[in-house]
Ligand binder design. Structure first.
Ligand SMILES: *Cc1c(COP(=O)(O)O)cnc(C)c1O
Length: 410
């Protein structure tokens, strides 16, 4: 997003005009930013057989999935429904990694029937998988290295209390199950959380994986998961992927040499690819001055963007209707009957009722975590692609709210 002639634009498209055309609230994504992130990651690991599996749950719109496919990414899905979306978007089953957690064995079987690569994170499921398929269907194993990483305990998945992955302390048991059932393990995987800052954590995870890998002779890839940190505030420190590319690349080369062949290096970023591409545009419904603060009440809330309330996530907010207005301090809140605060004590160019605010970093876990709470419609989504605004999801209507409700005679 940039300012030209006092207008906030993406690829030359005026965001205030997007709201005029498609209404508010509306999610807007910049396709160029997604492509840039994907390219940066590929370039950082250009010395490796690198595969990027976009973690679809971050932003699942089918047009976004198509954009990912067009630019060479595979996809990581956590449910068969996401897998169906990925297939509809044109991904080959072989490009889809299925990494569910605590799903039934029936869902795993559906994944096998769809031809997905199955990532198993539970010994009980692995036993059932082995009984049924033996070595006829290869699989990947999700390990838990018990490393505390990530920005927030809700988004850290590798620590000792975490429900994710098979504990590396259960390695002997795991190997027994694999041997007894003649299971073909072609990949090892770890995903220890979101918002990991530095290369050192990845290197630590990598060392653990290399140590374990010796016990798995058929490996084709190692999946290092995700957790790349993106910037939320100006001057925020982010993961330096080029630095990571050099350091992790070096350690991986050394490992592959001792393993005996060159393996593929996989990542499955969600946030890194789509967070910064997204802007959530909302309208200031009311300005409310209280003895404590000046509230801006907007036409949205935790039903549309949950991250500030659920994860205490910081999302920068900009008034895009008054680029030259005097700066004042506001608390930006939603219209839901809960305390749904988007940001406290934020300096914004003077906000007038009817102004449009842009909430930044809204591409990841924004729309995909939205709900109909308070019986509100979920917002529209717009993709700015090749210099034009494309509607990629219509705003819901009353029909959507009522769609599956069954009215009985009372
Ligand atoms: C959610 C998830 C990701 C993506 O995490 P980000 O922090 O969005 O990059 C990757 N892998 C798995 C298994 C996930 O569940």
């Amino acid at each position: 997003m940039e300012i030209k002639n006092n207008a906030y634009q993406i690829q030359g498209v005026d965001l205030n005009k997007v709201v005029k055309e498609f209404g508010s609230p509306v999610y807007v994504y910049d396709a160029n930013k997604i492509i840039d992130q994907l390219t940066t990651l590929k370039n950082a690991f250009s010395n490796q057989k690198i595969k990027i599996k976009y973690a679809a749950k971050a932003l699942t719109n089918i047009s976004i999935l198509k954009l990912m496919k067009k630019h060479g990414a595979g996809v990581d899905v956590v449910s068969v429904q996401e897998a169906k979306l990925a297939l509809k978007a044109g991904f080959e089953p072989g490009d889809i990694l299925f990494t569910p957690n605590c799903v039934s064995f029936e869902e795993i079987q559906q994944g096998v029937e769809m031809g997905l690569t199955i990532n198993i994170d539970n010994i009980s499921i692995l036993e059932q998988f082995g009984h049924k398929y033996h070595n006829s269907v290869p699989c990947c194993i999700r390990l838990n290295p018990h490393i505390m990483a990530g920005g927030n305990s809700k988004i850290s998945t590798g620590h000792v209390d975490s429900k994710f992955g098979i504990s590396i302390y259960q390695l002997p048991h795991l190997l027994r199950v694999i041997k007894t059932n003649n299971i073909d393990v072609i990949g090892l995987h770890m995903h220890t959380g979101s918002d990991i800052l530095d290369a050192e954590v990845f290197l630590k995870i990598a060392d653990i994986l290399y140590g374990v890998a010796r016990d798995f002779p058929n490996l084709e890839f190692i999946d290092f998961g995700s957790g790349f940190k993106v910037g939320y505030k100006e001057n925020d420190i982010t993961t330096n992927v080029y630095d990571l590319g050099v350091k992790l690349g070096k350690s991986f080369d050394k490992f592959c040499e001792s393993y005996g062949r060159k393996l593929e290096m996989w990542f499955e970023p969600g946030k890194y690819l789509v967070s910064e591409s997204g802007y959530f545009l909302v309208k200031a419904n009311v300005i409310k001055t209280t003895p404590a603060t000046v509230f801006v009440g907007v036409d949205s809330g935790m039903n549309h963007l949950l991250r500030p309330m659920m994860y205490d996530a910081y999302h920068e907010i900009v008034n895009i209707s008054n680029a030259k207005g005097t700066q004042r301090v506001y608390t930006i809140v939603g219209y839901i009957c809960e305390t749904d605060t988007f940001g406290w004590d934020r300096k914004l160019n003077e906000v007038r009722e009817g102004d449009i605010l842009a909430i930044k970093n809204a591409g990841a876990y924004g729309f995909s975590m939205s709900s109909n709470y308070n019986s509100r419609y979920r917002p529209a989504e717009v993709l700015i692609y090749e210099g034009k605004a494309h509607l990629i999801r219509e705003r819901e209507t009353m029909d959507d709210i009522l769609r599956n409700q069954v009215e009985i005679d009372i």
